[in-house]
Design a binder for this molecule. Structure first.
Ligand SMILES: Nc1ncnc2c1ncn2[C@@H]1O[C@H](COP(=O)(O)OP(=O)(O)OP(=O)(O)O)[C@@H](O)[C@H]1O
Length: 354
């Protein structure tokens, strides 16, 4: 497996959606092995089930599959399930690991018939490799260029039929010719709390952790719609339950543990709350410019914009407007603060129609 990309420093948070190599090794034990075990994503599961069943009935190779969605929602897991359901081996690589077309040619030419090639972060592949992939996907053929300059020749190389599973967090960044070569695209959504609760209970079972329904619900509610985060929080809660209590995870124990790790009821961590707190207390809820907000919390502009804000926006706690960042009424409520009363100019509504 090649997941060579370092996780950015700022992403090494308990609530980070990305994982480093070490965590991926721990995660391997928790991966569902077939579609039946895979929690949630009903639509994608049903559609994929049809694609795979039909391919099996025809005795052929499944169409190429594109999975799009945020990190930690189960794209790698689904690719392994696709291989398992097709009874095929799987090869795993990622866009950034394929710098040259030659790297891709080497991988493609060593595939066996029906093999699944999982290409994570497919949007980060180099241009020449991408162009080679077009032909490989469509015609199961690549042209290997031998030599340089005017004497260079293209030697056609036949490939066995294979299934490409591409994963991307940014489907919009894929060039249309690449997108169009996938027979099926699955859009992965964030998970509902009840689904995450099932993920937590399943993982607890596998890790031999005793947990009650409320304990699982408490962890699920703080997991930002993401199974990877749910599993990570479960591991930290397990430590707490073992060291500070009798090992059993109840709602109270889960809440105490996650309070220690500063992950609040909605899954906000220290950084998220610092941004909201500054926006509300220092700037009256905004609008305030990103740079000013970043200085106020002692972080880089990029950290606030790329690490904290996406989740705050998704949660409906912060809005990005042309005039700057503004807090929503939900943000005031979440931090238990009361918004200042601002008289609206005659005939004009306030920002939130208040
Ligand atoms: N639907 C699910 N049911 C149960 N566990 C899940 C589900 N989806 C993901 N997980 C668990 O969450 C963890 C992360 O999943 P996975 O590595 O597949 O995510 P990903 O979308 O590929 O992430 P990335 O984009 O960072 O590669 C794994 O331990 C996996 O077992």
């Amino acid at each position: 497996m090649t997941w060579d990309d370092p996780v950015p420093e700022t992403d090494q948070r308990l609530v980070a959606a990305a994982a480093d190599g070490e965590e991926r090794a721990v995660e391997a034990a928790l991966r569902p092995k077939d579609l039946g075990e895979f929690v949630g994503q009903e639509r994608v599961r049903e559609q994929l089930d049809l694609v795979l069943k039909a391919a099996r009935q025809r005795g052929g190779t499944a169409d190429h599959v594109l999975l799009s969605g945020a990190p930690g929602l189960g794209k790698t897991t689904l690719s392994m399930i696709i291989a398992a359901e097709m009874g095929a081996p799987i090869r795993i690589t990622s866009g950034p690991a394929i710098q040259h077309a030659g790297d891709l040619a080497a991988i493609l030419s060593s595939l066996t018939e029906g093999e699944v090639l999982f290409l994570d972060e497919i949007h980060r592949m180099s241009r020449p490799a991408e162009e080679m992939l077009y032909m490989a996907m469509e015609d199961f053929r690549v042209d290997v260029i031998v030599g340089k300059g005017p004497g260079a020749t293209a030697i056609p190389l036949e490939l066995p039929p294979f299934t490409l599973v591409g994963a991307t967090t940014r489907a919009g960044l894929l060039p249309p010719p690449l997108r169009d070569r996938f027979g099926f695209t699955g859009h992965m959504e964030f998970y509902a709390p009840a689904e995450l609760e099932r993920v937590v209970r399943r993982s607890a079972d596998l890790l031999d952790v005793v947990i009650d329904t409320d304990g699982a619900a408490e962890i699920a509610g703080r997991s930002r719609g993401t199974p990877r985060i749910a599993n990570r929080l479960l591991r930290r809660v397990r430590d707490y339950a073992q060291v500070k209590a009798d090992g059993v995870v109840t709602r109270e124990i889960a809440a105490q543990a996650l309070d220690v790790y500063e992950v609040d009821l909605r899954g906000l961590d220290r950084l998220d709350r610092a941004v909201l707190d500054a926006l509300l207390r220092l700037f009256g809820g905004g609008p305030v410019g990103l740079s000013t907000l970043a200085v106020a919390v002692g972080e880089e502009r990029e950290t606030v914009e790329e690490v904290a804000e996406p989740f705050l926006v998704r949660e409906g706690l912060l809005a990005r407007t042309p005039r700057g960042r503004i807090a929503t009424p939900a943000a005031w409520a979440h931090l238990g603060l009361v918004p200042p009363q601002q008289p609206n100019p005659p005939g004009q509504q306030g920002l939130f129609g208040q």
